[in-house]
Design a protein around this ligand. Structure first.
Ligand SMILES: *[C@@H]1O[C@H](CO)[C@@H](O)[C@H](O)[C@H]1NC(C)=O
Ligand SMILES: *[C@@H]1O[C@H](CO)[C@@H](O)[C@H](O)[C@H]1NC(C)=O
Ligand SMILES: *[C@@H]1O[C@H](CO)[C@@H](O)[C@H](O)[C@H]1NC(C)=O
Ligand SMILES: *[C@@H]1O[C@H](CO)[C@@H](O)[C@H](O)[C@H]1NC(C)=O
Length: 507
């Protein structure tokens, strides 16, 4: 943890400033270490289509002072809804988070040992994924591809980008590529995107924003359209490989949600720590009758027995007992399928055969007409990347009403009337009684169990599928649900073997 000694953040008050501090630190570090590299400031660095002009315009490098001005502007961008995420976090949480996520810091650090660089990847079993342009497992080389689909998302874009800037500062701007696909919004989404596009590029973070005016009407099948929209966000992933032989190590797929910085870091951390094929959060939607948020994405989410999760309060979401038990303790859970607003994907099955992509069901082959996200989970299983994980600690909302409920402030139990202290030291959160309300506090301390790698088991033989053929006028699944038989490959132990090692360099 060489970060400790030279850490400029210690002096700063909040954990948000921590990420900002890293940002400043990195940026300055990079300013002074980039002397040896040619001083071309490549605007955008968008992949060029093979037939497009190959001459890339090189642009005058901004002066130090100019870059500082951009830096100042960016660091003062503050989120709106998600502002309170890590503000006033308890000190032990800040320490835990700092220690936990140090292994994700992706800036060039001269003191970081470089012995891993010489390690290579080793032989590997047949079917293992070894990217052709493999560099090393060192964090400063781990590349992240953010794929984001937006539609009329004016309200969430400022928060989304404020969070992205901070996360990218930690992962290293040069390691992050953001691909946004916007499908014909009728609000000012496009105008807002253009501003953020320019800001991102000015710090060297690559962004591609594409807009479609194609509407759903042009497609026969609803899922076919949704799959096409998601695949479109992956366009640059394939173009960069074709044009520049650039490979990414982790994909972060986001809907128009409101995540905090540490939510994204935790999902990435769990995904890499467990070498997971797909890692998702838990998303919540307001249930008018119950008057509280309930788990939302049960059209996609299936437990490891193949049973659907419930749109229910947290006590009764999983039918699979062991999973429900872990859910209530906020521990990562192996599932058959999930999406839930943000999913971290291992890109290997996209790059290597069978070249997975979002798709609609092969109805003529008798496949159940599930969501494109369920189908991609099934395809990951079949491709041997069935390590699928749900992280209940990370709770996501799609609007500020639910966001506020699932991110309550931490209650001071000592101050609540009638509460009797059962021991412990008042200023030590480890021994001081913690607020254990289900929703929040956001700065819930990490338990040791949250860091124990999951012992993945093979997939279920049958999975509950509720098809949506989109024929009638129903705005929801319209086919009788069935237990769908899964291919033999998904049921074998080989489906959960590690094929692509993305673990962090835990020093
Ligand atoms: C864009 O996609 C969303 C779903 O992601 C859909 O609800 C919306 O209708 C689409 N917009 C257009 C113009 O088709
Ligand atoms: C909690 O409340 C007690 C009693 O009012 C107070 O002494 C203590 O400082 C408070 N703790 C925090 C962290 O605010
Ligand atoms: C487990 O899956 C089987 C179908 O394979 C189903 O009949 C059973 O009800 C499921 N059990 C639970 C607890 O969901
Ligand atoms: C799947 O496995 C079963 C029994 O293990 C076998 O009878 C069946 O032929 C296999 N199916 C395929 C498609 O390989």
């Amino acid at each position: 943890m060489q970060l400790r000694s030279s850490n400029p953040l210690k002096r700063l008050p909040t954990w948000v400033s921590l990420s900002v501090g890293i940002f400043v630190g990195l940026f300055i570090a990079r300013l002074f270490t980039s002397e040896s590299s040619p001083s071309t400031w490549r605007s955008g660095h968008a992949p060029v289509a093979p037939h497009a002009s190959r001459t890339r315009q090189s642009i005058t490098l901004p002066t130090l002072e100019q870059r500082f001005r951009v830096l100042e502007l960016l660091t003062s961008l503050s989120p709106h809804y998600t502002k309170e995420c890590t503000r006033n976090a308890q000190s032990m949480y800040k320490e835990q988070a700092e220690e936990r996520y140090t292994s994700l810091i992706g800036h060039e650090s001269p003191s970081r040992s470089s012995w891993l660089d010489t390690l290579g990847l080793g032989g590997g079993l047949e079917g293992d994924f070894v990217p052709p342009s493999r560099h090393s497992l060192a964090p400063e080389n781990h590349k992240y591809f953010f794929a984001i689909n937006l539609y009329n998302s004016f309200d969430v874009i400022p928060d989304l980008f404020a969070t992205l800037f901070r996360v990218a500062a930690i992962l290293g701007y040069h390691n992050v590529y953001v691909s946004i696909y916007e499908n014909g919004s009728s609000d000012q989404t496009k105008a807002l995107l253009r501003i953020f596009d320019a800001l991102c590029q000015s710090v060297g973070m690559r962004v591609t924003i594409r807009t479609s005016m194609r509407t759903r009407g042009a497609f026969n099948h609803r899922i076919e359209y949704l799959a096409e929209v998601r695949n479109a966000a992956f366009g640059p992933l394939h173009e960069l490989r074709a044009a520049e032989n650039e490979y990414f190590d982790t994909i972060v797929f986001m809907n128009d949600v409101l995540p905090c910085v540490d939510d994204l870091l935790e999902l990435i951390w769990q995904s890499r720590h467990n070498n997971a094929g797909i890692t998702c959060a838990a998303d919540y939607m307001y249930h008018e009758e119950l008057g509280s948020p309930v788990f939302y994405d049960n059209w996609v989410a299936r437990d490891i027995n193949g049973t659907a999760l419930e749109n229910a309060p947290f006590e009764s979401i999983f039918h699979h007992g062991a999973s429900q038990d872990r859910f209530q303790r906020h521990l990562p859970i192996q599932v058959q399928s999930c999406w839930n607003g943000i999913a971290i994907l291992d890109p290997a099955p996209f790059y290597a055969p069978p070249h997975v992509r979002f798709r609609m069901a092969r109805i003529t082959d008798g496949e159940c007409s599930a969501s494109e996200c369920s189908l991609i989970c099934n395809d990951y299983w079949e491709a041997g990347y069935g390590r699928i994980l749900m992280v209940p600690r990370v709770k996501l909302a799609y609007d500020s009403r639910v966001y506020d409920i699932i991110h309550p402030g931490r209650r001071n139990l000592t101050a609540i009337r009638g509460y009797v202290r059962l021991g412990g030291l008042p200023d030590n959160p480890r021994t001081d009684p913690q607020d254990r309300a289900w929703f929040g506090p956001h700065d819930r301390l990490f338990t040791d169990e949250e860091s124990i790698p999951i012992d993945f088991v093979p997939g279920p033989e049958y999975v509950w599928c509720w098809g949506w053929d989109g024929a009638g006028d129903l705005d929801g699944p319209d086919v009788d649900p069935i237990w769908e038989h899964m291919p033999n490959k998904s049921i074998s132990a080989d489906a959960v073997r590690v094929r692509h090692d993305r673990r962090m360099n835990l020093l």
